[in-house]
Design a binder for this molecule. Sequence first.
Ligand code: UD1
Length: 365
Amino acid sequence: MKLTIVAGARPNFIKIAPLIHEIDRVCSEGMDITYRLVHTGQHYNTELSEVFFNELNIPAPHVNLEAGSGSQAVQAANIMVRFEEELINNKPDCVIVVGDVNSTMACAVTTKKLNIKLAHIEAGIRSFDRTMPEEINRIITDAITDYFFTTTPLASENLLQSGVDPSKIFFVGNIMIDSLSQNMTRAIIPPFFEAKGLKNGNYIVLTLHRPVNVDDPKVLEEILGTIIPVLGDNKLVFPVHPRTMKTLDNIKLDTSHIIFTGALSYLRFIYLTKHSKGVITDSGGIQEETTYLNIPCITIRNTTERPETVEQGTNVLVGDDRAALRGELTKIVAGNMKKGSIPDKWDGNTAKRIIEILAGISFHD
Ligand code: UD1
């Protein structure tokens, strides 16, 4: 079996690592799988890309398309032109895309236009909010995917509702949790941890990068202005995504209470999360990681494509309701934790299930 595995942005790297390690494992037992790893170059900063390859022992990509930043259309177009050439020169049996970033969608479309089979890992999740670029990426990718690997029964159900053939849907669990469960013992204490007086449970972690929360300085100011007065004795640690950094330079609020860091590496970020009192975020993956780690999570979004983290896990959605944000943070600061449990098949064995299923498929029927 010849595969092409696509990764372009930070959350993709965390999802492909367990898959590649599983391929290496089954090959060492005699299975015949070859793959080409394609980095689209959507994320190119060391802190968003290279560090993840190093920490997660992902081999160097066979090719980097170096698509870089730009508007949605420019970025997608650059990826498509370059990925088309890659696929023509190195035709696989199947392309694997993961998640919902622009690279996922652009490579999915290119693959199907060349009539090559397409597998999507993390298929079927939906926020039903079409103002999010990721939701558009999910809908387009799943409209043309051949093999759907889902994280939850609800994601499978969403696909059935949209008319997907049930025999093409495989509920395999959450591959991001493979990475988390396998790397927790390797977590690294961030260099600033002791110097800034951080201790187990005496701080809140904040991450924000959605355009709706960070592109307008007034909105970012309002969010920080809501959080700071409720912290009590707790510290606030804010690892800043490059997108957010640009806006932070333009806000007028006194931010001297906040411990700012650049975007953290994977092993440092999971250490920080694991030892925190709670997390405030607008990320998708962090909602899942906090549910797995049983850490309370407040999500500053109106919708989530990962509702299991709310219904079953430790997550609450507060949207743009600042009173709700204040109320939920007050509960966490008071140690009033929402109880959660871990969704089915978020068990560290998802990559194994995916490779077993792929190995049983005949791609040329
Ligand atoms: C992307 C994904 C988002 C994911 C996030 C994780 C899409 C639509 N969004 O958002 O789903 O949660 O990655 O981080 O695909 N930039 C840099 N260096 C980089 C990359 C980006 O400085 O290596 C800056 C650029 O100014 C760029 C901006 O960040 O314009 C946004 O980058 P982009 O890749 O478009 O989206 P993200 O906000 O990173």
